[in-house]
Design a protein around this ligand. Sequence first.
Ligand code: NAD
Length: 509
Amino acid sequence: MGVIEMIDPATGERLGELEETSPEAIERAMVHARKAFRRWGNLPLSERMDHISRLRRYIVEHADELAATVVKDTGKVHLEALMTEILLTVDFIKYYEKRAASILKPKKVPTPITLIGRRSWVEYRPMGVVAVISPWNYPFQLAMIPAISALVVGNAVLIKPSEVSPLTGLLIEKVFRKVGFPEDVVQVIHGGKEVGERLIQARPDKIFFTGSVASGKKVMAAAAEHLIPVDLELGGKDPMIVFADADLRRAANAAVWGAFTNAGQTCMAVERLYVESSVYETFVQMVKERTEALRLAEEESDVGSMTFPRQLDIVEEHLADAKEKGAKILCGGRRTGTDGLHFEPTVLVDVDHSMRIMSEETFGPVLPIMPFDTEQEAIRLANDTPYGLNSSIWTKNRKKARRVAARIEAGNVCINDVMINMVNPGLPYGGVKWSGIGRYHGPEGLLSFCHRVSLISHPGRKKREINWYPYSQRQTDAIRYLIRLLYGKGLHLSMKEMFNLAVQFLRRK
Ligand code: NAD
């Protein structure tokens, strides 16, 4: 059993240490979660929602205090913590407060004529114990939103926060305790990747994983051993395409925010910026000026520190590789401050796809910019990646925007906007290609934590059906006629054939 050191990444201050959850305690937590599931899953939805509304009110009343803890844990700017961790979480809760009943209501499904006399519908049932394994970049909302979605449906939840943001893990535990959530319905498992592995070995009924592609593959392989369903929300290398006819001021402001918010540690950050050649020089200058105006490590800073020392190393490795291959740094490019993990927002030109900075997830405050000549070239460059999380297209020509959007290989596309899809709680969120499997948020956010059970009901007063034993030649003929009647060109059945068909359907023997 290991110990996690808690360090404020902005100052390097040591905040304490936290013991990892032991293997025995994980097993116990699973047993308790299974018991809790039986009670929680059987509550009426309205009672579960009462608990969840109380949780929302608690988060709202303690918004600044919660945000401050996340800031201490991650080094992000307080405003960003309020916007992206607190506001987003309560907005999602509110969305489900309004919509869960209709999303989870049994849905009638049309019954085809071949099944005449029956009724068909779908019911949504909780899966059991859901393991939510979350990362450090938005440690509150990326644990809370999937956990709450799973809870709404009636699942019990085991949350395994990132070992890089342990304070937030403790905070989440405290929030559920303070709200008086029923015992063991939500439990927090503290620790690193070995603890995450043990959690999977304890066989939850569903895994919701957010993290890197490399870990996602391991999680999926481990889950496959027990056939546990997984949702994977993984990394990105998101392109932003700026056409010459775009509102360049809006696009430049968006590029800078999209690349540097949360110190670039956002799965759907702008990691590659493609600009049409005719406005390239102008646009690069606009981006550079706006980047140089950003304030760092001041009382009112725009860009916080990075969170994870290893991530800062990756940023430097990508920059070194790019420089060696001919890239030019226009501004930034260095660590700042003395003790923390601050890195200057960095703009880079003369880049190409042979560089790691254009092909691998950098996950830091770096914005490489590259020109393109044609729409086709922009699309080709944008799709030249194994990732497919988010993307943005900038043009005043709506037709062109829709045309390009249709060809971008990504789970989310913004037009004249950046990263914002995630903020609409009604839109499903997730990636394609290496960026993930599955969707959450919106109705999918509840349905992905459900077993969708198909039901069909017959009045039960007929002794035999057309497809049941004993088989006969008349039955074979009837099925043949039925195929022609329903799926062929027309109604060319003789009276005899029609009669036989009716007899087969109505037969009661
Ligand atoms: P990570 O993969 O290192 O860790 C994520 C979580 O998984 C942590 O809790 C970690 O302890 C756990 N873990 C790691 N290996 C495991 C294993 N084999 N079995 C079980 N658990 C394991 O990722 P990170 O560095 O914490 O987060 C950054 C990554 O997450 C980036 O790639 C980023 O793009 C991605 N991310 C994606 C989204 C999204 O919604 N698609 C959102 C945020 C972050």
